[in-house]
Design a protein around this ligand. Structure first.
Ligand code: ADP
Ligand code: ZN
Length: 289
């Protein structure tokens, strides 16, 4: 079987062909331009590869409600050409194959839950800390959607008493994304995040914010594993700070085997930055059932 996968991002589109085992047989990346240009390139790629199904992990917000008139649309995105764009419908008409559709971060969560760090548990969350912060929630083996889809990157946090930075989110003064995504680190210190690697206080503050968010997710969602991905997590010194701060903030309130073995509870992805595209393959496989 030949499975098409598309990680649709605001700056680039990553497409791939995979199989039932999640193996990637071919891959291509193209810049995201207008809908006409980009969609015709993508359609041609999938037609040339005669795919049996397609899975899309898409930047949002998107409409995931099957009963909705705008199911499969990219909705209120600031990327104007793609606003209110029927991406699933357009592919469906052109390719005539089943199409699985979810958020980009849910695709990563599904990839890790199927083949990576969370394959041994049914309830996990995947958090990407990069240009933005996104959270994919897997409950009983399925990505959680609810009313829309979780937007837990915008969870509100208590500011560190010494942090005078205003935050970068246009909607919230003190949300996780505005205080702790890559661009927030770079705006706070006026340097690229990787150039700050040696500055201990940068990663202490970053770990403080990430841990606060994780404690809130632990208390509300009770995940059996937490996976932290995205560019910012390439800083290896962050994970021990996060482990320490999560335990400090929980302050012994919850005692579980997972929290007693926190190095194996809050972990990095296992799929080498393929979790997103592999999750798209799984979305396609799920849609074929
Ligand atoms: P995206 O979120 O756009 O999919 P990434 O997850 O790679 O992409 O996030 C990119 C952001 O992550 C950059 O804006 C930068 O702030 C941060 N970043 C990337 N690499 C590193 C690194 N090695 N150390 C710290 N921060 C990084
Ligand atoms: Zn926000």
């Amino acid at each position: 079987m030949r499975i098409g996968a598309l990680e649709a991002g605001g700056t680039k589109m990553v497409v791939a062909i995979g199989n039932e085992q999640g193996e990637i047989l071919d891959r291509l990346s193209i810049p995201t331009q207008t809908t006409e240009t980009t969609m015709s390139q993508l359609t041609e790629y999938f037609k040339d590869n005669s795919i049996d199904a397609l899975g899309i992990g898409c930047f949002g917000p998107i409409d995931l409600i099957r009963e909705s008139a705008t199911y499969g649309y990219i909705t209120s995105t600031p990327k104007l050409p793609w606003r209110n764009y029927n991406i699933v419908g357009t592919f469906s008409e052109a390719l005539q194959v089943p199409i699985g559709f979810d958020t980009d971060v849910n695709a990563s969560a599904i990839g890790e839950a199927t083949w990576g760090s969370a394959k041994d548990v049914k309830n996990s969350i995947y958090i990407t800390i990069g240009t933005g912060v996104g959270v994919g929630v897997i409950i009983d083996g399925k990505p959680h959607h609810g009313m829309l889809h979780p937007e837990a990157g915008h969870i509100l946090l208590a500011k560190h008493p010494k942090d005078t930075f205003k935050g970068t989110c246009p909607y919230h003064e003190n949300c996780m994304e505005g205080l702790a995504a890559g661009p927030a680190i770079e705006a706070r210190y006026g340097k690229k995040a990787y150039e700050l690697a040696e500055q201990v206080e940068v990663w202490e503050l970053e770990g403080y914010y990430i841990a606060q968010a994780l404690v809130n997710y632990i208390l509300t969602l009770s995940p059996q594993r937490i996976i932290l991905g995205g560019g910012v997590m390439h800083q290896e010194q962050l994970m021990p700070i996060i482990h320490r701060e999560v335990l400090r903030l929980l302050n012994g309130y919850i005692i579980t085997p997972q929290l007693q073995d926190i190095e194996n509870y809050i972990v990095l992805p296992k799929l080498n930055d393929n979790q997103g595209i592999m999750g798209c393959i799984k979305l396609a496989l799920n849609e074929m059932r």
